[in-house]
Ligand binder design. Structure first.
Ligand code: PHE
Length: 349
């Protein structure tokens, strides 16, 4: 086909140049433009190519053959061009993406969108830091415990009334002899640690514990951290000093607290530490003082259960309630606020 080949239709339309169509297809800016040129060209009723093909019938047989060949070449060429242009227009060029779909990674996020630790893990970090400075190791243990670790080895046999004080979530097991439960306290960690470490030893074990209980100062899941220090001459006075240091560092240097005797089968003597709190006295069983710690000198039976000679070694254990300490530190009246996930509460800290 020559540069200026021009075809005429016999239907009275103005002459159309196939090259003209070719240029227009090349220049089409959108898939819609392309479709309308395609219609002009290949529309079944009035498309220029269709008309030209029809008009072949009117030619004399000598011309017809040559003209048909030329037309068919153009037809194929233009059809291919349409396919190619449609592909180009449908898949945006890199250039186009760069200008129309900019992502500016340097934009700053609004300040309030920054996340932070929930106040419980944040507090536990400071517990680990304070006790770390006092030479305590950190241990972690299972939340699903056996009856053996949660009770028996802690000197709480099956018929002991102290079991009722911690209303237990028992797990259904295939074999009822397995006696699995959600730990009601972090104290089983005393046993686990003494079984795997030789005295002298100092350890804390933070984690979740579970009891069937819920009100302003109780939650069915809450956090404790257990502490244990065993040596040849560890005394109750050492324990008191460490309790007081922990309370002053973790809650407040001016925190008000009191020690009173308490009973736990795995310590002798046993003590409890209450802290003065500002909570809603009407709405809790606690009054002005909130029990925050159970502690005492490790019972000789417990040491024996772990293969430690109580004539040679002694020491103390303690269990702090994490949420209660934070409630006193920040004057939070209801413990359940920790677990509601309400951002208005969480963003205050
Ligand atoms: N485990 C006791 C409780 O959960 C607390 C405690 C720990 C008491 C260690 C004495 C010694 O109430």
């Amino acid at each position: 086909m020559t540069e200026n080949a021009t075809l005429h239709t016999d239907m009275g339309e103005s002459p159309s140049s196939w090259q003209d169509f070719e240029r227009r297809l090349q220049a089409a800016k959108s898939v819609d433009d392309l479709a309308s040129i395609e219609q002009e060209l290949f529309g079944r009723k009035a498309g220029a190519m269709m008309m030209a093909l029809k008009s072949l019938h009117d030619r004399n047989p000598d011309d017809r053959r040559k003209a048909a060949e030329e037309l068919n070449t153009w037809k194929r060429q233009l059809e291919e061009l349409i396919v190619q242009r449609r592909r180009d227009l449908a898949s945006p060029s890199e250039e186009m993406l760069r200008s129309s779909d900019r992502i500016d990674v340097s934009l700053e996020l609004p300040q309030h969108e920054h996340g932070h630790l929930h106040l419980i893990p944040e507090f536990i970090r400071s517990v680990e830091e304070v006790f770390g400075r006092m030479g305590f190791d950190i241990a972690d243990g299972p939340e699903i415990e056996t009856e053996e670790y949660n009770f028996n080895l802690l000197n709480i046999p099956r018929d002991h009334p102290a079991r009722d004080a911690q209303d237990t979530f028992w797990l259904k097991t295939k074999n009822p002899e397995d006696r699995l439960l959600l730990r009601t306290q972090t104290s089983p960690m005393q046993i686990r640690y003494m079984q795997s470490h030789k005295p002298p030893l100092r350890v804390i074990a933070p984690g979740k514990v579970y009891r069937k209980d819920s009100d302003a100062t109780h939650s069915p899941m809450f956090h404790q951290f257990e502490g244990l220090m065993i040596g040849e001459d560890v005394t109750l006075a050492n324990m008191k000093a460490i309790m007081i240091t922990a309370i002053r560092e973790l809650v407040s240097p001016t925190a008000e607290f009191r020690f009173r005797t308490g009973f736990f089968p795995f310590v002798e003597p046993g003590l409890e530490v209450d802290m003065r709190w500002q909570g809603d006295e009407e709405d809790s069983r606690e009054g002005k003082w909130l029990e925050v710690v159970g502690c005492g000198m490790v019972h000789p039976n417990v040491l024996k259960n772990c293969g430690i000679d109580p004539k040679k070694y002694q020491g103390f254990a303690f269990g702090f309630g994490v949420e209660r300490m934070i409630m006193i530190k920040h004057q939070i009246p209801d413990l359940r606020a920790f677990f509601l996930g309400d951002l208005r509460f969480l963003r205050q800290f």
